[in-house]
Design a protein around this ligand. Structure first.
Ligand code: SF4
Ligand code: SF4
Length: 227
């Protein structure tokens, strides 16, 4: 069976391919509404010129058409997740990762970051990476192979030695919703792994489209600010 590092590498390769296809599709949609004589979508057009009206139409198309469709599909993916269930292996309770240290998360929480707040209400940091390695060695090995150093490891003190949550009925939303994104790395044994495998291609496509749209919006709006 493919190891975790290889599957992450494959996922990145797949993402690059999907990203290219999404970029071509979006550019096609933009070109379909391009007025005669207009240049590039990122050009700096005079106020109320056909070029600027085109840029505004493109932003409207992103918000009212493409993004709505992306969110509709994303919600379908999340709704489909309900067909799968947790098998209680306890891995996600015993090992949670963040690119932020506990102190950084505290600052984020103080500034109103709801995820940071919930995360800190559940997880406490491991003292060392070696402790985390005992829980999910393949994951730590994959991080090391990819030289991803800035990862902090956490665990929940409410999981018992039988991998059962000792406060199950009061578990917070962050636990009930996990995994809320099919692009999250999951252990092969996770009850949601088949869901992830099934919806991953479409999730990658939606993610790439959002990333591309964000880029277009940022650069078109930067032109408006200069006009
Ligand atoms: S509160 Fe329960 S479900 Fe949530 S991480 Fe802790 S042990 Fe797991
Ligand atoms: S890793 Fe998956 S199966 Fe295991 S406890 Fe978490 S959600 Fe449940």
């Amino acid at each position: 069976m493919e190891d975790l590092a290889a599957s992450v590498k494959n996922l990145r390769k797949k993402y690059r391919e999907i990203f290219k296809i999404s970029a071509e599709e979006i550019q096609k949609r933009i070109d379909e509404i391009k007025p005669d004589g207009a240049g590039d979508i990122f050009d700096n057009y005079p106020a109320n010129s056909p070029g600027m009206l085109w840029q505004k139409s493109v932003l409207k198309m992103f918000d009212e058409d493409i993004c709505r469709e992306i969110f509709r599909k994303w919600n379908e993916i999340l709704a489909y997740r309900k067909e799968f269930s947790c098998i209680g292996c306890g891995t996600c309770c015993r090992l949670a990762c963040s690119e932020f240290s506990s102190d950084e998360l505290k600052i984020k929480a103080q500034h109103g970051d709801n995820f940071a707040n919930q995360f800190l209400s559940v997880f406490i940091p491991y003292n060392s990476k070696e402790e985390a390695r005992e829980i999910y060695p393949e994951y730590i090995e994959m991080l090391e192979k990819n030289k991803e150093d800035k990862v902090y490891f956490y665990h929940c003190p409410k999981i018992n030695d039988c991998c059962r949550c000792t406060d199950y009925n009061n578990r917070p939303q962050i636990c009930r919703d996990f995994p809320d994104n099919p692009l999250t790395l999951l252990p092969e044994s996770c009850g949601f792994a088949p869901w992830k495998r099934e919806v991953e291609p479409i999730a990658l496509m939606l993610h790439s489209m959002l990333e591309i749209i964000e880029y277009y919006k940022e650069h078109i709006n930067a032109n408006f600010d200069r006009t």
